[in-house]
Design a protein around this ligand. Structure first.
Ligand SMILES: Nc1ncnc2c1ncn2[C@@H]1O[C@H](COP(=O)(O)OP(=O)(O)O)[C@@H](O)[C@H]1O
Ligand SMILES: [Mg+2]
Length: 444
């Protein structure tokens, strides 16, 4: 227990004897807040307000706790009440600014932030300021173009320039080939495609057990064609204010279009395309529709935007995603077979000191291991070696023994996924969608 926590413990014991001691309770609530124990802090601020319903300090504390706990509407209610009730302390303006920012209203957020600074210039927060600075883009149909703020790149993921290429990806030959034909060639030879009237567009969706190289390959695709890489975790979109997620989606596509050629990678697309009912209610449906129309590129030119997606749970995906021109290639990424495992091991060991390592033998012994499992294997072996090397004061190369020892500490991670996948493949295999899973399991 840290000294702070110990002090707090003593105060909590004291509080049991005088539960109505308001200053004590406030002190405890503030300390809990300071220790990031927000739920407990909430409880004490609430108790404080039971004792003294008009205590402003407790209200301010509670509003901050609500914000930390993501209960923004509750925080808003209190902050607005405080603002209506005379001039509150500067930090209430700062909180208000944060809440407004998170609700998507940057302009109002900036005003409130400035008010906070007028009252207390020590509240200056450079990180928040950089978030408030914005670029703009146009959004909407031609007639009704409106200007909206473009979020900072850090918010929706930065465009990176991956250095890895297909060479850094072991196995996955079939997926590489699909990407080559559908994504890379149209980019390299657009005129040829046009000459034959072949439509460019649509994306590839990879699915399969976790750790088998989906994300890795998407990044390598960008490196392969020297394109930018914009990876969007779907949570990035949905976590943002629900009502704004269509706008955010548009901005992400715009960013990719402006930076073309660019691989736009949607990781875990199932969450976005969820056919789960909770998504269909609330804002989910319109987010899906926005995504589909951005992908169709009707109002916008998606030339040079290479769209890839990956998911571990394809059965959650809305069928609309698989129509032509969208994720119309649906590819199973299986765990690496023996020869793929050997190449992955070779790739992972490429720049490492080794002595007499036989990766083919290890590949034989690692049935059902994912690429990520193989990476753990190497990591574990290296960790052991590092300790030895430090003692010796020089790098000691990895031996076969190190790898086989590390192997004893690991189990393959892909089997679990197949237990779930098997059920979908057997009982929800619409038009043979999951035939590849059945083939892999030798059930077909
Ligand atoms: N085919 C592969 N070739 C090389 N490394 C791989 C491969 N598959 C997985 N890895 C390693 O495992 C890590 C996790 O893989 P990842 O691409 O994130 O899996 P997924 O996206 O399918 O869950 C990668 O960063 C990479 O180091
Ligand atoms: Mg991944």
């Amino acid at each position: 227990m840290s000294p702070k926590e110990e002090a707090l413990q003593n105060l909590l014991e004291a509080l049991q004897f005088s539960p109505d001691n308001l200053p004590l309770r406030m002190h405890i609530a503030d300390s809990l807040y300071g220790l990031n124990r927000f739920e407990e802090a909430e409880e004490h601020y609430r108790k404080a307000l039971e004792i003294r319903p008009n205590n402003k300090t407790a209200k301010i504390g509670l509003a901050h706790v609500f914000h930390k706990l993501g209960k923004n509407s509750a925080a808003f209610v209190i902050v607005e009440e405080l603002l209506n009730d005379g001039t509150p302390p500067a930090k209430v303006f700062l909180l208000h600014a944060n809440l407004l920012y998170e609700s998507g209203d940057k302009t109002a957020a900036r005003e409130e932030y400035e008010k906070a600074l007028v009252l207390d210039k020590d509240l200056k927060d450079l990180h928040f300021e950089s978030k408030l600075k914005s670029r703009t883009t146009s959004y909407g149909s031609d007639e009704g173009k409106v200007s909206v703020d473009l979020p900072d790149e850090e918010e929706i993921g930065e465009i990176e320039k991956p250095k890895i290429t297909f060479e850094d990806v072991g196995g996955m030959d079939k997926v590489k080939e699909e990407i080559e034909i559908k994504i890379i060639s149209p980019l390299k030879f657009p005129d040829l495609y046009k000459a034959y009237g072949k439509k460019i567009g649509g994306g590839i969706l990879m699915y399969g057990p976790p750790g088998c190289g989906k994300t890795h390959l998407a990044r390598a695709t960008a490196g392969e064609v020297k394109a930018g890489f914009l990876s969007v975790g779907i949570n990035d979109i949905l976590d943002m204010w629900m009502g704004n997620s269509e706008k955010n989606l548009h901005q992400i596509f715009e960013l990719a279009r402006n930076q073309a050629p660019c691989v736009l990678f949607f990781d875990e697309v199932d969450a976005l395309g969820a056919s789960r009912t909770d998504m269909k209610r609330s804002g989910g449906r319109s987010t899906i529709n926005q995504f589909l129309s951005e992908m169709d590129g009707i109002d916008n030119n998606n030339e040079g935007v290479l769209i890839l997606g990956a998911t571990n749970t394809p059965w959650n995906l809305d069928v609309a995603f698989r129509r032509p021109g969208r994720f119309d290639r649906f590819i199973f990424v299986a765990p690496p077979d023996e020869s793929a495992r050997k190449s992955i091991l070779d790739i992972l060991l490429k720049d490492k000191p080794t002595d007499g390592v036989n990766t083919a033998k290890i590949a034989k012994k690692t049935q059902d291991f994912s690429g990520a499992d193989l990476k753990s294997l190497i990591d574990i072996a290296i960790e052991g070696k590092l300790r030895e090397s430090m003692r010796a004061g020089k790098p000691i190369p990895l031996s076969q023994r190190d790898l086989t020892d590390a192997l004893k500490k690991l189990r393959p991670s892909t089997k679990e996924w197949f237990q779930t996948a098997k059920n979908y493949a057997m009982y929800a295999n619409d038009s043979g969608l999951y035939d590849d899973i059945l083939k892999y399991l030798k059930l077909k």
